[in-house]
Design a protein around this ligand. Structure first.
Ligand SMILES: [Zn+2]
Length: 307
């Protein structure tokens, strides 16, 4: 197989007490930036492709871009479906050569999530493909939240144990207070570490954190300086990321940080050089900016030097 499986990469990360970044790719520039960062950092890497990225790029393009990225970087590279929401999403990617799929049944009732996830695991594993699933609702939480509110939206440790036993998944995405997108938080995310610790002890497998953006300040400042409208600073502080990794998080999804780095760099070129219309001179600096952010994440996650 050209791509490493999620299971082999995450099992190694868990044993080594570090996490591997799953970076969403949508086009060549993003993929080159992530692959270049992984190569320079000698870090394993997960290329995450969402169903909407497949729709945007076309499955043939995005697959080939990922394949060349893995070839050129020379590090263990997982090609992962991010947030597949249907059986068909997952099967399409398994047939096409993905080495990992996420089935996100977190909006389904528990029993239905178990049933659909287990069906996909059976097929994926027969094809040598790993499966990530999700339990709990990824809602952002600001300030003080009552125990009852947390229990209603966050991942329940007992349910997580039942879920992994009955589905056979390779990694579990949990809800412990992170949130998708840049602007759900006015301040910093408040993570439920005791819950994470509990879940990890019970499920005994790599844990996945979605919605764990922490956009570097220089990127936020640049975006704002060149006209981006940012409704709020975002994210999970670096210290919280480190604590989460020490408690068993082995995969961290990164999308917002890269989007902001890319568009801030494009805004800068267009603002400072209004005469510029060569796309290569506009996308080139964007690629460099994305690569710098990706390298910073690999260092933060401890995956640098692990390939
Ligand atoms: Zn996600």
């Amino acid at each position: 197989m050209i791509f490493a499986t999620l299971k082999e990469v995450l099992d190694r990360a868990r044993a080594g007490k570090y996490a591997v970044g799953a970076f969403n790719i949508n086009d060549m520039e993003i993929a080159k930036a992530i692959g270049g960062a992984a190569k320079e950092e000698r870090s394993p890497v997960i290329l995450a492709v969402s169903p909407s990225a497949i729709k945007y790029a076309g499955i043939e393009y995005i697959y080939e871009i990922a394949r060349v990225t893995a070839d050129n970087s020379g590090v263990p590279t997982v090609l992962h479906l991010d947030h597949g929401t249907s059986f068909d999403d997952c099967i399409q990617c398994i047939r096409y050569g993905w080495s990992s799929v996420m089935f996100d049944g977190s909006k389904l009732p528990f029993e239905e999530n178990v049933k659909q996830t287990a069906d996909i695991v059976r097929i994926a594993h027969a094809a040598g493909v790993s499966v990530e699933a999700e339990l709990g609702k990824l809602a952002g939480v600001e300030g003080h939240v009552s125990v009852e509110e947390k229990d209603a939206i966050f991942t329940n440790p007992g349910e997580a144990k039942l879920f992994v036993d009955r589905t056979g998944v390779d990694a579990l995405a949990v809800a412990i207070g992170t949130s998708h997108g840049a602007y759900k938080f006015k301040g910093e995310a408040n993570l439920d570490f005791p819950r994470l610790e509990n879940i990890e002890k019970l499920v005994n497998m790599p844990i996945v954190l979605h919605g764990a953006s922490g956009v570097p300040k220089d990127v936020l400042d640049k975006a704002a300086k060149y006209g981006a409208k940012l409704p709020g600073a975002a994210g999970v502080p670096n210290d919280a990321i480190k604590t989460a990794i020490s408690l068993g998080v082995a995969k961290i999804n990164i999308d917002t940080d890269i989007r902001l780095a890319m568009t801030a760099a494009i805004r800068q070129v267009l603002a400072e050089k209004p005469e510029e219309f060569d796309p290569r001179k506009i996308f080139g600096p964007a690629e460099d900016a994305m690569k710098a952010v990706a390298k910073g994440k690999m260092q933060l996650f401890g995956s640098s030097g692990r390939a």
